[in-house]
Structures are given as structure tokens and as C-alpha cells.
Design a protein around this ligand. Structure first.
Ligand SMILES: Cc1cc2nc3c(=O)[nH]c(=O)nc-3n(C[C@H](O)[C@H](O)[C@H](O)COP(=O)(O)OP(=O)(O)OC[C@H]3O[C@@H](n4cnc5c(N)ncnc54)[C@H](O)[C@@H]3O)c2cc1C
Length: 236
């Protein structure tokens, strides 16, 4: 669908972790999109000479949901995140959407492996909760999330409750009480057993560019074809 400019208003705001918040918007007209796509939020007057700026955010809610949910990492002095962080229920905003080709493709017989750093998990929440995914779930699903500390883990309940979905939080600087995996998502993937279905899986990678490049290199080493690797880089 061709992107359209639309008005929306905030329905809810909540902190998900100490540095990530979720804002739900109701759009003033229907917004059809595919799970995995993003919206471009207009940041009024924040650009040079008071011009508007735009920032991209993956839609974290499924296409069938009434509200559009965004999952945003707070960036200190970042105009986009500071603007969104200040919005409260009833406030209005402008955005343009849908954008992007990082969408879930239903491939019968294939497993799915989502790999994210931080808020890079947002499009995977949309994909996994979408009707398309729920009606034809992959035989096996993996959701690997890389964060620095355990209090930054996102959507563990959503992915943890899904049948045939293995959710792993890879925590690189975990505290002494963390019983889960310590290290980065790349370390986790390097250590999986020989029964990991490397060649029978579609890979979706999202978030930090460094992680995406490292995971891609590992996948190619394992013989995974480029056509099975899908990516969305948030920042380098
Ligand atoms: C297609 C696409 C989808 C995106 N979806 C999301 C999303 O769903 N949630 C989200 O939080 N961000 C997302 N981003 C990043 C987002 O567009 C902004 O770059 C980010 O919010 C920072 O904007 P800012 O104006 O606050 O700060 P800026 O001043 O523009 O950015 C400052 C720096 O913040 C760092 N940064 C940017 N994004 C992140 C991040 N997610 N986590 C940690 N550090 C970051 C980078 O080093 C960047 O150079 C997405 C980016 C793209 C390209």
C-alpha cells in the first residue's frame, strides 16, 4: 500500500523497562499495513530552521489490532524519542505510513528465527501476533533478544507464551542473579547444538547494524542462503 499521511492520538503510554516505553496510538482513519512495516513519525519543528523532522518506528502491534503500538528506546537528547516520550493520552501526532519491505513471509515447512537487539524486537511482536503467523505458525520458532542488562528484556511474556516458540534473552552484562544466557545473541547462536536446523529456517534480523552483520556472517558460514536472511537496520 502507498504510504499516507495521517493524524492520530495517544491512547496509552507505559514504561516497559527503565529505558524503553510503549505508546499506543489510535489513527483517525484505518491504516492497513503488513506485519513488520514501520511508520514515520513527524517531529514538529525539531529540524534545522524549525523544520519538521521524521523518525522511523516499527509497528509493534499486529495489523488486526485497533491501535498502533510503538516500542521506543529513550535516546538522551534524541529529538524523536524525547518528543514521543513526552506524549500522553489525548495528545495528537502526525505520521506517514506504511513503509518497508521487512515483512513476515509465510513459507510453509520452514522454521522462523527472529534475532533482535533491544527494541528491534518490535516488528517481531507484530509478526508473531499477526493472523497470518497465528493461523500458519512455523513448525519451530525462535526469538533471540540481545540486551545489556536483564531489566531491559522486552516482551518475554508474549513470546514465552507462544506454542513452539523458544524465547532466549541473551544478556551481555547480566547481574549475579541472572540464570539465563550470558553474552550476545551471536554468542548464543555460535553455541547452539548440532541439531539446530540452520538450513531449514528463515532468519529475520533487526536492530543494531553491528549485530546484524555478525549474525549474517555466521549464517553464511553455516551455508544459509542469502534469500533466507531478512534484515532491518535501526542504526549503525
Ligand atoms: C526502519 C526503522 C525502524 C525503526 N524502529 C524503531 C523502533 O521500533 N524503536 C526504536 O526505539 N527505534 C527505532 N528506530 C530508530 C529510530 O528511527 C530513531 O533513530 C531513534 O529513535 C533515535 O532517534 P532520535 O531522534 O531520538 O535520536 P537521534 O539523535 O536521531 O539518534 C541518536 C543515536 O541514537 C542511537 N539509536 C537509534 N536508535 C536506537 C535504538 N533503537 N536503540 C539504541 N540506540 C539507538 C544511534 O546511535 C543514533 O545515532 C528505527 C529505525 C529505522 C531505520
Amino acid at each position: 500500500m502507498k504510504p499516507i499521511e495521517f493524524q492520530c492520538h495517544v491512547k496509552s503510554f507505559k514504561k516497559l523497562t527503565p529505558t524503553v516505553f510503549e505508546t499506543a496510538f489510535e489513527t483517525h482513519q484505518p491504516l492497513p499495513f503488513d506485519a513488520g512495516q514501520f511508520i514515520s513519525v513527524v517531529i514538529p519543528g525539531a529540524g534545522p530552521n524549525g523544520r519538521d523532522l521524521r523518525r522511523a518506528y516499527s509497528i509493534a502491534s499486529p495489523p488486526e489490532a485497533k491501535e498502533i503500538e510503538l516500542c521506543v528506546k529513550i535516546v538522551e537528547d534524541g529529538p524523536g524519542t524525547q518528543y514521543l516520550y513526552r506524549l500522553r493520552p489525548g495528545d495528537h501526532a502526525r505520521a506517514i505510513a506504511p513503509y518497508g519491505s521487512f515483512v513476515f513471509e509465510d513459507k510453509p515447512g520452514r522454521n522462523v528465527c527472529f534475532v533482535a537487539t533491544g527494541t528491534g524486537i518490535a516488528p517481531f511482536r507484530s509478526m508473531a501476533l499477526s493472523r497470518k503467523f497465528q493461523e500458519n505458525p512455523p513448525a519451530l520458532g525462535y526469538c533471540l533478544l540481545g540486551v545489556r542488562t536483564e531489566d531491559e528484556i522486552l516482551y518475554a511474556d508474549t513470546f514465552g507464551a507462544m506454542p513452539r516458540m523458544k524465547f532466549v534473552a541473551a544478556v551481555s552484562q547480566a547481574g549475579p542473579n541472572w540464570n539465563g544466557f550470558r553474552g550476545r545473541v551471536t554468542d548464543y547462536l555460535k553455541g547452539v547444538g548440532s541439531d539446530f536446523p540452520w538450513l531449514e529456517t528463515e532468519y529475520y534480523l533487526c536492530g543494531h547494524g553491528g549485530m546484524i552483520n555478525e549474525v549474517k556472517a555466521l549464517l553464511l558460514e553455516k551455508g544459509v542462503g542469502k534469500e533466507s536472511v531478512h534484515q532491518e537496520i535501526y542504526y549503525k
